[in-house]
Design a protein around this ligand. Structure first.
Ligand code: 3H9
Length: 709
């Protein structure tokens, strides 16, 4: 073996092994195609061309992946040559056979490098995909032109539109790779395959020259027409999906080179779009949230068994989430009847999966074998972690924690799933406040990704670290939150919901507000959400808080008038909307509109029209302003923690990156100017956050606060 080439910083290393130039990429953690890697690959292919000893080239990735794609951190910065399409072109036009041996991730530009090679081998660990769409992009190095040639229009377009990964066998069946080889060493498997190809004098085989599955143009066009129509319906304001379809159309209509030019132009348009900036912010923010000081400073406690107190909707959802992660769970309820109901809630989830054919009955039985129901606290004496999910009442919760304090083993983590109660007070009910933490799941807890990890004053760092470790096992997106009424999410929600109520009383109908919010990209508007969750829940909270409400604060009573009639939303057949015969999508209700009119008249409000844009300016200004307060108070560590909370738990449109990212993209000065304008009518509600004022004065944005914690 002879070292023949090392690129800048040695990220691409070439060695000659019996006439095969082994090109290996060393750019941890995932071999992203940064400038040095692109330069190294160019140089390696030039070297292979120039060296008469080289008969073939083998490209592999070092470490855990082949190549996970372009280096996402470079997007939005000035481009550095060579561009990836050039690198791919250079690989494909090499006069000697080039082989890619794939293990781990071959995603985006990584798969495009492999598609430019002449032959492809996959190991069982391989994951192949073109997930650019999830970042607001499209495959921009020939993926839209080469993948359809190998896989056909339908499979290639579906791969690009879904962002899904294919495993090695699926990639083989789809025509993306030539062979799957057992084992975990891409170098050994790759070299053996190259030798086999050389022995049978396998020719250079550029993918671009293969008409392959595009040969039957009429059939391919028919497939694409269906996909275009479906995508137009499903894209929900997203920019890149229809561009992907356009690129595949170009693959059908144009010679390869022109198709590449077309793809490049579309890729650059996507790169410029604010959606790309929002989605890439979301990608990194979701990874940053787990990097909290406690997780770095302390070692998590081991978790091998869990107990859940309460078998209601929340307790059952948490139980399913833990069972799905392979943990044994003991559920505690107060009596036999309640425990039977709790078990039934859990089983119902799995029964639905079995009915849909998504779970085998044996798998259900194996999962339920890890479930135990009990009415006795003694049965959870050895649990490593207990999650309380009982009725949202501080006295009830304190009583549960006193029981846990008595019965749980020393060192057990004691968590409460409260959504707004004071966790410091709950912790103080025990003699071990260092073990008490908040784990705020969102309903349905087995589905929703967000987990607010609420950190009370006296909890120890290793308990916080344990909570983050648990989140990883449960496949949740954890966000660290401080103790306050509503933590990050519900506290901010309460404020923008108020802004929506004011808009309604001032002249916008609930239906106009919901439509504007959907138009922004949310799946539902706030009044639809109220109807879905049950209007009685918010009503109870409002009644409880009535005594402590600032008498000077504006209070809109429309929702109370609706609840007084017993209209609690979907479950009662009407709320803000009508749901005739159990319909899931509501219809506007003229009687609700009459209630709104009557309330306006009673308060002497002369209604005025609001455009969708005016509605959203107020809705978002309220959200951002409260978000800034939450950051300034340290309830959220950074603005990105607020963003992730809303992306993962509140349906905020991902392509906008989260409320704080949205504000940065608008310009904080503009958001502040809006707040000051609205404050002229209601200075108490629209009090600008000091942090927002400070950032504007200093010409900075929220992102400047997103430093690693
Ligand atoms: C593209 O390729 C465009 C081309 O078509 C055209 C170009 C002209 N760049 O997720 P993890 C970091 S677009 C930079 O925690 P896992 C990540 O931030 C790209 N960094 O691990 C994290 O850093 P840190 C298309 C990247 O095992 C660390 O790696 N490709 C990139 O759960 C570990 O990541 C994609 O969209 C990147 N491309 O999952 C793939 N990828 O440790 C995006 C990862 O500092 N990546 N990092 O927090 C993924 O889907 C997952 O990261 C992967 C590993 C499945 C690879």
């Amino acid at each position: 073996m002879r070292v023949i080439l090392q690129s800048p910083a040695s990220v691409v290393r070439s060695t000659l092994q019996d006439g095969v130039q082994l090109v290996s990429i060393h750019n941890p953690p995932v071999n992203a195609l940064g400038a040095a890697v692109r330069q190294g690959l160019m140089a390696a292919i030039a070297q292979a061309e120039a060296d008469a000893h080289v008969k073939a080239v083998l490209i592999v990735g070092d470490g855990r992946a082949f190549i996970a794609g372009a280096d996402i951190r470079e997007f939005g910065k000035p481009p550095v040559a060579p561009a990836l399409p050039e690198v791919c072109q250079r690989i494909e036009s090499c006069s000697k056979p080039v082989v890619a041996a794939i293990h781990g991730a071959a995603l985006g530009g990584g798969l495009e490098v492999a598609l430019s090679a002449h032959y492809r081998l996959a190991l069982p660990s391989a994951q192949l995909g073109l997930p650019e769409v999830l970042l607001g992009l499209l495959p921009g190095s020939g993926g839209t032109q080469r993948a359809p040639r190998l896989m056909g229009v339908k499979a290639a377009t579906e791969l690009m539109l879904s962002g899904k990964h294919l495993n090695a066998q699926a990639a083989l069946a789809a025509g993306l790779v030539d062979v799957v080889v057992e084992g975990d060493d891409p170098v050994a498997a790759g070299l053996a395959y190259v030798r086999e190809l050389l022995a049978r004098q396998a020719p250079v085989r550029p993918t671009s020259a293969q008409a392959g599955r595009l040969a039957d143009k009429a059939a391919a066009q028919a497939e694409l027409d269906v996909l275009r129509a479906d995508t137009a319906k499903a894209a929900r304001g997203l920019f890149s999906p229809l561009k992907i379809i356009d690129c595949v159309q170009a693959a059908l209509d144009l010679p390869f080179d022109q198709g590449m030019q077309f793809e490049r132009a579309q890729f650059l348009a996507c790169l410029e779009s604010p959606q790309r900036a929002g989605l890439i912010h979301a990608f990194f923010a979701e990874r940053e949230v787990a990097k909290v000081p406690e997780a770095k400073a302390a070692v998590p406690r081991p978790i091998t068994s869990i107990a859940v107190i309460g078998g209601g909707t929340m307790g059952a959802g948490i139980t399913v989430s833990a069972l799905d992660a392979g943990l044994p769970v003991t559920m505690i309820e107060r009596d036999a009847e309640s425990i039977a109901r709790g078990r039934a809630h859990v089983e119902k989830v799995y029964d639905a999966l079995v009915a849909k054919g998504r779970m085998a009955p044996e798998a259900k039985a194996a999962t339920m074998a890890r479930y135990t129901g009990s009415t006795r606290y003694e049965d959870i004496g050895s649990a490593d972690l207990v999650i309380e999910a009982v009725f949202e009442d501080i006295e009830v919760k304190k009583a549960v924690f006193r029981e846990l304090d008595r019965g749980c083993k020393p060192g057990a983590v004691l968590a409460t799933n409260t959504s707004y109660l004071d966790i410091d007070a709950i912790a103080a009910a025990t003699a071990r406040p260092q073990d008490v933490i908040g784990l705020h799941f969102f309903s349905p807890a087995n589905i929703m990704k967000l987990l607010e990890i609420v950190v009370p004053a006296r909890v120890s760092a290793d308990v916080v670290a344990t909570a983050f470790e648990l989140a990883k096992r449960l496949k949740k997106v954890p966000v660290r939150a401080g103790v306050c009424d509503g933590f990050i999410g519900n506290r901010i929600l309460a404020v923008y919901k108020q802004a929506a109520d004011y808009l309604m009383e001032d002249g916008a109908s609930p239906y106009e507000i919901d439509a504007a919010v959907r138009g922004f990209g949310y799946p539902m508007g706030p009044f639809q959400v109220t109807d879905l969750a049950g209007g009685d829940i918010g009503w109870a909270t409002r009644k409880r808080r009535a005594a402590t409400r600032d008498p000077k604060a504006r209070y809109v009573e429309i929702a109370d008038r609706i609840c007084e009639r017993g209209w609690f939303g979907q479950k009662t057949g009407r709320g803000f909307y009508l749901y005739p015969e159990g319909a899931r999508v509501g219809q506007p209700d003229p009687e609700v509109q009459a209630i709104v009119d009557a309330e306006r008249a009673r308060k002497g409000v002369v209604p005025r029209p609001f455009s969708a844009d005016e509605i959203m300016r107020r809705y978002m200004a309220a959200m951002v302003n409260e978000g800034a307060k939450v950051v300034a108070e340290g309830i959220a560590l950074r603005p990105l923690d607020v963003d992730v909370t809303f992306l993962s738990g509140y349906g905020f449109p991902r392509f906008r990156g989260g409320p704080m990212k949205w504000a940065d993209m608008q310009g904080l000065d503009k958001v502040l100017a809006d707040i000051r304008e609205f404050a002229q009518d209601d200075p108490l509600f629209w009090k600008p956050a000091a942090l927002l004022e400070q950032l504007v004065a200093e010409g900075r944005n929220f992102d400047s606060l997103n430093q690693p914690a």
